[in-house]
Design a protein around this ligand. Structure first.
Ligand SMILES: NC(=O)c1ccc[n+]([C@@H]2O[C@H](COP(=O)([O-])OP(=O)(O)OC[C@H]3O[C@@H](n4cnc5c(N)ncnc54)[C@H](O)[C@@H]3O)[C@@H](O)[C@H]2O)c1
Length: 341
């Protein structure tokens, strides 16, 4: 997309190959789909639009032509999943990005989250197994580390899920590993750390912090920080997550359900984030408003990248500040009209 030349990085590895992207109308899934299209792949995009939006792929739909097929449907529909995974003689890879993503909502609706995120993953793996897919790449989550204070987070640390959402993601990692061991379906689990970039939903009540700050700054309001703002995150521009997915698919060695962190390996405090964003929006006067810390918020999060470097040869492509600029530019374009109307 904006900052990364996929062709230079992945040459013709995906040209003429078929992939299924679940959750492809969402934030990360749409960027991954766009990169695959630009690399010459054929993509079947399955999304129930519960959190995604067709606008996320409208911008490249024409360029994709008949190499992009959008199917509105759910990963809970086993028949549909099997049909799509086997379509056109079978897809080579499944990139499983579909999920319900709000931690607080998962606390209110645990059964619904379990169905989509856990049973949905089971369905994806079963469809992939039936269609003899080469590899399933799963969107796992750094929430698996819970509130452990040990930094950086290494994949060998115990999992400590603190919410139904985190528990779903850990359970789904287990399924991915079990399907590799029991059925020989190769799988890779990518634990994303705070992914951000254009197309991340800012209108949800549960918008991630960057989206929420952008919304406030554009509306001329002070961004709200819960706590003292010295909590830190490994904010990761979306191209890094796309790159990790592409590397995982391309691996010529079995991955066997291995879990790997996907991040930048940089620690940025929420105060630094607010200050940088206020400057980028030309509103340094909008200093953050601090409110009470939220129960359950993790204090620091920072990834160790050793496993993904060794297994996939991954290096972060786009550093935090470099990714923040086009992200703020995108929010400015899409949110300004809704704020002024
Ligand atoms: N954004 C992050 O920082 C982050 C961090 C860790 C993990 N993840 C994971 O990465 C994946 C992508 O996240 P995102 O930020 O792009 O979120 P997103 O909400 O933009 O994308 C998820 C997509 O899945 C779709 N979906 C939900 N339930 C579905 C179902 N039953 N059937 C078909 N489609 C369904 C939604 O409509 C949406 O388009 C998710 O699995 C999420 O849990 C994201």
């Amino acid at each position: 997309m904006l900052l990364t030349d996929w062709q230079q990085l992945h040459a013709d590895h995906f040209a003429g190959q078929r992939a299924l992207v679940t959750g492809g109308a969402g934030f990360i899934g749409s960027h991954l789909t766009e990169a695959l299209i630009d690399l010459g792949a054929e993509v079947v995009l399955l999304d129930d639009l519960s959190g995604g939006d067709v606008a996320n792929f409208e911008g490249f739909r024409q360029r994709a032509g008949d190499r992009l097929r959008f199917v509105e449907g759910s990963i809970l529909d086993e028949t549909l999943l099997k049909e799509l995974t086997a379509s056109g003689g079978g897809v080579r890879w499944v990139f499983h990005q579909a999920a319900l993503g709000s931690v607080p909502r998962s606390v209110d609706q645990p059964a619904r989250y379990h169905a989509a995120n856990a049973t949905g993953t089971l369905n994806v793996l079963e469809a992939a197994r039936a269609a003899d897919v080469e590899r399933v790449v799963f969107a796992a989550s750094s929430s698996a580390y819970g509130d452990s204070e040990v930094l950086p987070k290494v994949e060998t640390m115990p999992v400590l899920p603190r919410s139904p959402y985190a528990a779903n993601k850990v359970y789904a990692e287990g399924l991915c590993r079990a399907w590799a061991c029991s059925y020989g379906l190769d799988t890779a689990c990518l634990r994303y750390f705070n992914i951000f970039g254009p197309r991340q939903n800012a209108n949800s009540a549960y918008a991630a912090v960057i989206a929420a700050f952008a919304k406030a700054l554009i509306a001329g309001e002070r961004p709200v920080i819960f706590g003292d703002g010295e909590q830190s995150r490994d904010f990761t521009f979306v191209d890094n997550a796309v790159h990790a997915n592409l590397l995982a698919a391309r691996s010529d060695r079995p991955i066997e359900g291995a879990v790997m962190n996907v991040a930048c390996g940089e620690r940025v405090t929420v105060n630094q984030l607010a200050q940088t964003m206020a400057a980028l929006f030309g509103r340094p006067d909008l200093t953050p408003e601090h409110r009470d810390e939220r129960a359950g918020d993790v204090r620091h999060s920072l990834a160790d990248l050793g496993a993904i470097r060794r297994t996939l040869g991954y290096e972060p492509l786009v550093a935090f500040e470099r990714g923040l600029e086009p992200t703020c530019g995108w929010y400015q374009r899409v949110l300004s009209s809704s704020v002024s109307s």
